[in-house]
Design a protein around this ligand. Structure first.
Ligand code: SF4
Ligand code: SF4
Length: 690
């Protein structure tokens, strides 16, 4: 750490302690693609079955699955007393092509190192498709590059997306740590141990993947000259502000440790709306939209966990200047006229297919096709990106006049929670996006620790966003055990500020005028928020030049006169277990706070341990034989107070009910509790069917 604030860090020389006799391998992969497990298994095979020493370190970024993982492995004949990451690798595995276009992956490779590349392109096309800096580094360091299309092979054997076994087999083949047949036998033994319980078919598919991994890997012919003009894509794109470019960018590249302490905000406050600058490009396939088949229901927009698919109704003239092929169709609304358009950001999509599953519209001429159909991202992304950029430049559909209790109209609201680093197909994030669409420009969120604090507020970027006026949710995370109290504190602070403002207001009767004063003193509901904002702006204008300290006080608290919506958000581990005492206390207080429990029925963030929300008989960690006690009835407990609005919702089961419950909870003058069933990768289900 370079501490240029206290000046207490010491300079140190770069020293190379690596043992030349060792294999030093670094693997870059996508979270949840199985690479880390496969590498742990590799360490076991080599450490236990050969005379070699073995060591591994695993580095994860702050995203949930779908993130970048870096495995640092060492094997060698000499003891490995190396408590640090590999800095000079003689083997580099790049398991995700998209990384190669953005990250300097070959920096770690030493001269003559072997590089294993998972490529979606045929071997003969690979060289020309590499970015120029990658080609340069391969030539300069005389790297030996090998290629395998692991995604294709994984699909062939019936394990789509699970490239780990294929890449592990390819590593053993290229590294030569073990004789080929012995390596195959050992990997298969490891597979039996890991997947034995999942049945014969899964085992056989993995065995087949091992064979294919050994067979299919082939050397990349290197022409000896640069043929590419493509530069690396910067980590933050679309004109990022300086802080995003200079601080968040290096963190996204995994170079955060190199930033000096002075680069970070001293009070820990980070700008919102920064996830939009980080295009991860992790989906192999993305949905494409057919406007002729679409019935404009909005179900796809509602279920998308990453706010990647969006809809607008715009005046026809707004489409002048649209890029070629920009899809749109006459809006099918009684109350709205204009053109309906739906856009998808291919480089933010995770390819989860939830939107396609949710889409009810089938093509009558070809029932195998819907209004949304998956297509290879690399083939469609350029055109889709052009369409997406134009879509973002279109005006938002005016909120006034929309029927907010309908899914069809809610789809048209701008999301102020976008592109979270949640798992592909996450069941939690659609609720948060909906929350941000409904109340986002006056929303304050107290977030318990858990998945939602990781994808919601971890570095480098934040998905909580803001609209063109610069308004959006304010968000903070406290501890696991005090989140309800944390949110209650926010509510009480806002109420106190509003009370103080109302106390000061009559002192400025003359400056403000009777009418404005009367309006500002009147309590307002959600439908009058815009009018109140204008009145507060007038107040600022009229008090702006005054030297009076009371005027300064009033200006400091004036925003509290605008109704804010305070939501306390967390998972079941927080609400049912660790934070329950506080939650109960807050609900009993009668304060006007809203509680959203993202109920996955297990501790998702730590790998699926049973919570008190886990159902009777359900199998989870710490309940491997099935949970012996039933799910705690949190809803009934809250209802027993009589003054708490309580709803249990499940977007996948009833989306209209979900939207209605959010609106009712917000409208209730008192505490409200929404228990939102959320599917999760910890359930071991096909997430597309969530
Ligand atoms: S595939 Fe998943 S992430 Fe992509 S647009 Fe559809 S729902 Fe959103
Ligand atoms: S779910 Fe299908 S029919 Fe409905 S808006 Fe989306 S694409 Fe159109």
């Amino acid at each position: 750490i370079v501490d240029d604030v206290t000046g207490t860090s010491l300079p140190y020389p770069e020293v190379d302690f690596e043992d030349p006799a060792s294999v030093r391998a670094v693997f870059f992969a996508l979270g949840a693609d199985g690479t880390v497990s496969a590498n742990k298994n590799t360490i076991k095979i080599i450490g236990e079955e050969t005379p070699l020493y073995a060591q591994g370190y695993f580095v994860y970024d702050s995203k949930k699955s779908g993130s970048r993982t870096v495995s640092h492995l060492r094997f060698g004949p000499n003891p490995l007393n190396k408590p640090y990451l590999v800095r000079r690798a003689n083997f580099v595995g790049i398991h995700q092509w998209g990384f190669l276009e953005r990250l300097p992956m070959l920096d770690v490779a030493e001269e003559g190192a072997t590089v294993l590349l998972n490529s979606p392109y045929p071997t003969e096309e690979v060289w020309d498709r590499l970015p120029k800096p990658v080609q340069e580094e391969i030539l300069r360091k005389k790297l030996k590059v090998y290629v395998v299309n692991a995604y294709d092979l994984a699909r062939q054997v019936g394990l789509p997306g699970r490239i780990n076994t294929i890449m592990q087999a390819a590593f053993f083949k290229l590294s030569g740590v073990l004789p080929e047949e012995e390596a195959k036998a050992r990997i298969k033994k490891g597979i039996e141990k890991s997947y034995g319980k999942r049945g014969k078919t899964v085992l056989e598919r993995n065995f087949q993947a091992v064979e294919l991994g050994f067979e299919a890997v082939e050397p990349l012919p290197i022409p000896g000259r640069i043929t590419s003009e493509k530069e690396l894509v910067p980590p933050m794109v679309d004109h990022p502000p300086a802080f995003v470019r200079e601080v968040l960018g290096p963190i996204a590249l995994g170079l955060g440790d190199a930033l000096p302490v002075s680069a970070f905000p001293p009070d820990g406050t980070y700008p919102t709306g920064t996830a939009r600058y980080e295009k991860r490009g992790i989906a192999e396939f993305v949905p494409t939209w057919d406007p002729k088949v679409c019935v404009q229901c909005g179900k796809c927009v509602l279920v998308c966990p990453h706010a990647v698919i969006r809809a607008k109704v715009v005046p026809e003239e707004a489409l002048a200047g649209a890029p070629e092929g920009f899809p749109h169709r006459k809006a099918m609304w009684k109350e709205l006229s204009g053109e309906f358009t739906l856009a998808i950001s291919p480089d933010d999509c995770t390819g989860c297919t939830l939107c396609v599953e949710a889409c009810p519209a089938k093509d009558k001429t070809n029932p195998s096709r819907k209004a949304l159909n998956m297509a290879p991202r690399l083939e469609v992304r350029e055109e889709m990106n052009r369409h997406w950029d134009f879509f973002l430049s279109l005006p938002e559909t005016p909120r006034a006049g929309l029927k907010l209790h309908t899914v069809k109209d809610v789809q048209l609201l701008e999301p102020l929670f976008e592109f979270p680093g949640a798992c592909a197909g996450c069941g939690e994030t659609p609720y948060l996006r909906l929350l941000s669409q409904l109340f986002g420009d006056r929303l304050i969120v107290a977030n318990a620790t858990g998945c939602s604090s990781i994808y919601g507020g971890n570095l480098p970027t934040t998905p909580w966003s803001k609209n063109k006026e610069g308004r959006g949710p304010a968000w903070a995370n406290s501890l696991f055990e005090d989140n309800a109290e944390f949110g209650l504190g926010m509510r009480l602070a806002l109420d106190k500020k509003a009370e103080y403002a109302r106390k000061l207001l009559p002192g400025f009767r003359e400056v403000l005028g009777e009418e404005l004063l009367a309006r500002l003193l009147k309590p307002v509901g959600p439908e009058e928020v815009e009018a109140r904002r204008q009145d507060v702006a007038l107040l600022r204008e009229r008090l702006g030049g005054l030297e009076d300290p009371r005027a300064r006080d009033l200006l400091a608290v004036a925003d509290a006169l605008i109704p804010h919506s305070v939501w306390i958000v967390g998972g079941d581990g927080w609400a049912y277990d660790i934070g329950y005492g506080g939650l109960d206390h807050v609900l009993s207080s009668g304060a006007n706070v809203k509680v959203l429990v993202l109920d996955t029925e297990v501790y998702s963030n730590t790998g699926g341990q049973a919570s008190k929300a886990t159902g009777l008989g359900a199998v989870a960690k710490f309940a491997t034989a099935g949970k012996a006690t039933p799910k705690k009835d949190l809803a009934f407990m809250a209802m027993s107070y009589g003054h708490v609005y309580v709803a249990q919702i499940a977007m996948g089961a009833n989306d209209a009910h979900t939207v209605k419950a959010f609106l009712e909870a917000e409208a209730h003058q008192g505490p409200a509790l929404l228990i939102a069933y959320s599917h999760c990768i910890a359930h071991g289900i096909d997430m597309a069917k969530g």
